[in-house]
Design a protein around this ligand. Structure first.
Ligand SMILES: Nc1ncnc2c1ncn2[C@@H]1O[C@H](COP(=O)(O)OP(=O)(O)O)[C@@H](O)[C@H]1O
Ligand SMILES: O=C(O)C1=C[C@@H](OP(=O)(O)O)[C@@H](O)[C@H](O)C1
Ligand SMILES: [Mg+2]
Length: 185
């Protein structure tokens, strides 16, 4: 686990979770919010609520480019207006405007390897894994994006190590260290 100083603040979310599909952003994000006693927003769920369509429906209907535009609008709005925990969709940070919007925020990268991550999402309805060889596509996209996640993150945690509660514990400990740097335990 690595951690750099930063961020958060009364006018910002406590934490924004990024990382590849299957890292656990949606699941751990909800647990983290419960543990911290704050609200949780998953931007994919917010997209579904606002459009009235599922993520696969948007990808196959409006298309991936339009999905990224909708996603960018929703993410920037949530970042400005939400104060709890936010989980982004795995591809949100491929949009430059989203990366810019994250500047100065506490951004937690849930790091996952190809084998662990794919085993969690194999057979799910994620549209980017719908065609061809999903395991190969998963590996390719993960390799393409790994640096982007690390580039926007202020905290990085191993999301393969332990169950979802353990991952939430590690994030809470990292945030606590930022808030109280001299803490020894
Ligand atoms: N640390 C973990 N250990 C075991 N299973 C996990 C862990 N994190 C997430 N999962 C499982 O992996 C699947 C994908 O998790 P999800 O939260 O949707 O990931 P993401 O939002 O990053 O794509 C879910 O079935 C979830 O329960
Ligand atoms: O990596 C991606 O491009 C995507 C990740 C998904 O979210 P999760 O990372 O929560 O699975 C969802 O936004 C969409 O299927 C596209
Ligand atoms: Mg998710």
């Amino acid at each position: 686990m690595t951690s750099q100083p930063v961020t958060g603040g009364p006018d910002r979310p406590v934490a924004v979770l990024v990382g590849f599909m299957g890292a656990g952003k949606s699941t751990v994000g909800r647990i983290l919010a419960d543990r911290l006693g704050v609200d949780f927003v998953d931007t994919d769920a917010e997209i579904v609520t606002r459009t009235g369509q599922s993520i696969p429906e948007i990808f196959t209907g409006a298309g991936p480019t339009r999905f990224r535009q909708i996603e960018c609008d929703v993410v920037t709005d949530v970042l400005q207006n939400h104060r709890g925990v936010v989980a982004l969709g795995g591809g949100a940070v491929t949009t430059e405007a989203v990366r810019d919007a994250l500047d100065g925020y506490r951004v937690v990268h849930l790091k996952i390897g190809a084998e662990d991550g794919f085993s969690r999402v194999s057979g799910s309805d994620r549209p980017l894994l719908a065609d061809g060889d999903p395991a190969a596509r998963y590996r390719e996209l993960l390799t393409e994006r790994a640096e982007i996640y690390s580039g926007v993150a202020t905290i990085e945690v191993d999301a393969a190590d332990g169950d979802v509660q353990d991952v939430a514990d590690v994030i809470i400990a990292a945030i606590a260290r930022e808030l109280v740097p001299e803490r020894t335990t």
